[in-house]
Ligand binder design. Structure first.
Ligand code: C2E
Ligand code: MG
Ligand code: MG
Length: 637
């Protein structure tokens, strides 16, 4: 630090204390002082330490000149008083002899100089005082600066405290804000969860699932990994819900979600899409087999015996699987394909899975084409009937003609009934096709009767869905009236499937028709439930052994047993029996001779178009099986 050199010369002082026990020495000092500072200088003289202390306490001296040896004491004892930071003033010691030890002691005590009495001159004294004053000035400047620094430090400390308290306030506010944000986030995530999940099963919902699949599809397209969508539908869910109530249905759905999730890997996602429909999106597939393995696990998870006491709650799962094979697979195509596969499995089996592929796609497209084309086929005259004869096994006389529906399709050629009726059954509800077949067949029978005296009945196949129609019997009656056909010349072939549901209307229809004299044949006998209760409850006039048994007779004794047992049953009931599917001479030879037995099949006669009928029939005898024989009762002999 730089200090200005003292600007006074000689030093500007006004009062001096001389501490000296020797008067001669005092006078010498006074003379020198007056010589330097003039005789106006105020001078106090203390002769010992005590009186010096009094002076120090009262006076305000610029300079203290102190003899080192004061009788038995030393001038150092004054230094305690003089060293107070509040007191300023130059302290100069005088001593008789030079001693380095005294020199050090005096310097350490804070004096500015010490002079040897014998060497002191006015100039030396003046210079010593001047330097002493300069030093005092520096000391006081340092004091001031130190005081300022202390004040600054105190201010900084004060501000720091202020900042600390502001910072603490800020921290508290920040904490409160964080808590508020956390609450907002929590409620946001709760809201998001609710918006993206199904309330009942806690599985992701359709919206979330859709988003997930869209993201995964683009990832899979980029990485070339395999992904698949599996749609799952619970079998029998509606029945369980209706019969056991909604709480049971809900419990089943929750249980389904649990089973589903346990069958999946971490990278798969299950969702509830609504009702009893669930979706699973599987990713990271090495091949199709991976998805099939997952589907198998899901199916197993449902077949595993339910520990619930209530077996009525047991169900199975049907799965439709679609793979996203090409890069431009979209959510929509994937969903549609999986849905198509699911539809197929629901229709054909249940409790298993079906993979969507080109073949299935073609098949279903064709079905759809047929379904939508049927009304115009009817209108355009593309439907026609073929007639297949049944003959007596004993003499070959024609006992009936079965009308079989055909469709001359503009794209697929002539289709047999088996190729379209199973898919179109539902289209038969409006009676339009039924009405047409009935009328066509009755007209044909009437014509054969009129032209060649043909008097065996015409048989018409009626599907379960037609038979459930309450107006069916009325429709038949109306047709008979219109065509003028004798009711006894009409036979209605029904299958056991007809008798399972809606038995009320079915029974009414059958009884009404039977009462009119129309014969009722039980078709495809042996393939349904073959419940004897049906035979007991309903007026059955004929049994038709399903062709699958007849076709298999040569290979299987069991089929022979079924055929023979059915013939025996018919005999006991006193109703005729028809063996369908006679394709060979051998079959005729094996069954030939059975009374009451009639044969139908390609070997006997293929289904013929109407215009070929009269040629085929001419020259053949007919043996109408019109008379109903009452079955024997146990009371009869
Ligand atoms: P279905 O009543 O059992 O008719 C016999 C089916 O077996 C016919 O098939 C016939 O062509 C075929 N068939 C006859 N003889 C033989 C043989 O020796 N070997 C073999 N393998 N098959 C033989 P189609 O015409 O395809 O009819 C299939 C089914 O469609 C019929 O079975 C019947 O249930 C139903 N159906 C036919 N026409 C009609 C109709 O007009 N209305 C309704 N609702 N169903 C019909
Ligand atoms: Mg039939
Ligand atoms: Mg049949």
């Amino acid at each position: 630090m730089m200090f200005d050199e003292p600007t006074f010369l000689p030093a500007d002082i006004s009062r001096v204390l001389v501490v000296e026990d020797d008067e001669v020495d005092f006078r010498h000092a006074r003379r020198l002082l007056h010589e330097v500072f003039g005789s106006d200088l105020k001078l106090d003289w203390a002769q010992g330490v005590e009186s010096a202390i009094d002076y120090v306490n009262t006076g305000d001296h610029d300079v203290y000149i102190i003899d080192y040896h004061l009788g038995g004491q030393t001038g150092l004892e004054l230094m305690n008083e003089l060293a107070s930071p509040h007191r300023s003033g130059v302290v100069i010691f005088l001593t008789g002899i030079e001693s380095p030890q005294v020199d050090r002691t005096i310097a350490r005590a804070g004096a500015s100089d010490y002079l040897i009495k014998s060497e002191v001159t006015a100039a030396l004294l003046e210079r010593s005082i001047r330097y002493g004053l300069a030093m005092e000035q520096r000391k006081s400047a340092l004091h001031t600066e130190a005081a300022e620094l202390r004040a600054a430090k105190a201010r900084i400390e004060e501000q720091t405290e202020e900042y600390i308290s502001i910072a603490e306030d800020l921290a508290a506010t920040q904490h409160r804000l964080q808590q508020a944000f956390a609450r907002v986030e929590e409620s946001e995530s709760k809201y998001r969860f609710l918006a993206e999940h199904d309330n009942l099963t806690r599985l992701p919902n359709r919206a979330f699932f859709t988003r997930f699949i869209e993201e995964e599809l683009s990832k899979a397209a980029a990485n070339g990994t395999g992904v698949a969508l599996i749609l799952l539908d619970l079998d029998r869910f509606k029945a369980i819900n209706d019969n056991l109530g909604h709480p049971a249905g809900d419990a089943l759905l929750v249980d389904t979600a649990r089973r589903l999730v346990t069958a999946l890997r971490d990278c798969d996602l299950a969702a509830r899409l609504g009702g009893d429909e669930f979706g699973v999106f599987v990713t990271n597939l090495a091949g199709r087999a991976d998805a099939v393995a997952i589907a198998d696990r899901i199916i197993d998870a449902f077949s595993e015996s339910r520990d619930s006491v209530d077996q009525r709650m047991s169900t199975s799962a049907s799965l439709g699987i679609a793979f996203a094979d090409d890069a431009d697979s979209t959510f929509e195509t994937l969903f549609r394909n999986a849905d198509t596969a699911l539809y197929e499995v629901k229709r054909s089996g249940r409790g298993t899975y079906q993979i969507f592929d080109e073949q299935l796609d073609r098949k279903l497209r064709r079905e759809e084409e047929l379904r939508s084309g049927l009304p115009s086929a009817l209108k355009n005259g593309d439907l026609f009937l073929e007639y297949q004869p049944q003959v007596s096994a004993t003499d070959g006389a024609v006992s009936a003609l079965e009308a079989l529906l055909r469709w001359r399709h503009p794209k697929y050629g002539v289709l047999a009934a088996s190729e379209f009726i199973p898919y179109l059954e539902k289209s038969f509800t409006d009676n339009s096709v039924t009405g047409w077949v009935l009328e066509e067949a009755c007209r044909q029978a009437r014509q054969l009767n009129d032209t060649m005296g043909f008097d065996a009945p015409i048989a018409i196949n009626i599907s379960p869905i037609e038979l459930r129609n309450p107006d069916f019997a009325t429709l038949v009656q109306g047709t008979l009236l219109k065509t003028g056909l004798d009711p006894r010349s009409l036979e209605i072939e029904i299958t056991e499937g007809s008798l399972l549901d809606h038995i009320g209307y079915v029974r009414d229809n059958i009884e009404t028709l039977s009462a009119l004299g129309i014969r009722i044949a039980l078709d495809d006998f042996g393939t349904g439930f073959s419940s004897f209760a049906h035979i007991r409850m309903l007026p059955v006039d004929k049994l038709k052994i399903d062709r699958s048994f007849v076709l298999n007779m040569q290979r299987s004794r069991k089929d022979v047993a079924v055929v023979l047992a059915t013939i025996s049953l018919a005999n006991a009931l006193h109703v005729p029996v028809v063996a369908e599917g006679i394709e060979t001479k051998d079959a005729v030879a094996f069954l030939g001779g059975e009374t009451n037995l009639h044969l139908q099949g390609f070997h006997i006669g293929k289904p013929l178009p109407a215009n070929a009928l009269s040629a085929w029939l001419s020259g053949r005898p007919t043996a109408p099986t019109r008379q109903r024989a009452a079955p024997r009762t146990a009371q009869e002999p």
